[in-house]
Design a protein around this ligand. Structure first.
Ligand code: FES
Length: 182
């Protein structure tokens, strides 16, 4: 005599119920995957975000002594083609004179190119000095008129309420004249 579902041979009703349970679980699995997909997909950065993740700048037209501003992830980045005098001024400064001591050599990859985020580390204003004719402060770098912070030719804080140097973003020289920020 055939045994019940607990025995070695299942009845036709039990086999059918097992099959229906399997189908139900499979459907639930697929349904979960399908409903999760928009969520998982939304975690991937969109194309416009990816495009803004890095910014490239052709350095060839930027003459010595010239400064340009580029936008990276919504922030202004100052790119400064420094003169030998500006490099010398930055490197001759004793670290003991600095509020946020950092050697110039640690802030640049190539001495003639300084790349910093143009946001004052006090309360976030954009300092002056990156356009011709703007005041550069007492150390020839940048001047934040919001509350009077002065930065030197390495973008280091020298006077005023800002606590930190202008931040250096991640960047690479793709080749001799192409800079990639980000
Ligand atoms: S925001 Fe620059 S000095 Fe206050």
């Amino acid at each position: 005599m055939a045994q019940t579902q607990d025995g070695p041979e299942k009845g036709a009703g039990a086999v059918r119920r097992d099959f229906l349970e399997l189908v139900a679980w499979s459907t639930l699995g697929v349904g979960t995957l399908v409903s999760l997909w928009p969520f998982v997909d939304s975690l991937n950065p969109s194309a416009d975000v990816l495009a803004l993740a890095s910014t490239e700048l052709d350095l060839a037209p930027i003459e010595e002594g010239q400064r340009v501003t580029v936008k990276w992830r919504g922030k202004p980045v100052f790119v400064d083609h420094r003169t030998p005098q500006e490099i010398e001024a930055a490197r001759a400064t004793p670290l003991s004179e600095l509020r946020d001591p950092e050697p110039d050599e640690a802030r640049v990859q190539r001495p003639e190119w300084l790349v910093v985020i143009g946001i004052c580390t006090h309360l976030g204003c954009v300092p002056l000095g990156n356009r011709p004719g703007e005041p550069r402060g007492e150390w020839g770098g940048w001047f934040c008129p919001c509350h009077g912070s002065h930065y030197d030719t390495s973008g280091r804080i020298r006077k005023g309420p800002a606590p930190r140097n202008l931040h250096v973003p991640p960047y690479t020289f793709v080749d001799n004249t192409l800079l990639r920020i980000g």
